[in-house]
Design a protein. Sequence first.
Length: 102
Amino acid sequence: MSPKLFIYNGIELLFFSNDHLPVHVHAIYERTYGMKVEFTKKNNKIIKIEYKGLKGFKKFKPAQMRDLKKLIAKYADQITNDWIDFYVQGTKIKTSIITKKL
């Protein structure tokens, strides 16, 4: 089971069910493009966000990358909290569909 966190402008943010540290989320667009977004936290505050290619997928095009960065900027804290809830607490994650422009 790979829970989806968000769907925005065709971008799906999800966790892979058998994932590992560091805290990260996978972004998929049109089943062809994929990015991995890693978060570094210190004293419970996000201090670094890294965008990396996802093995087996093409890198996001500039328009999708802009949308992804907006999505991450707005929801980074929620994403990292959901990661802990899902992997540590075993909590189910509910998908949020964002229809308004960020």
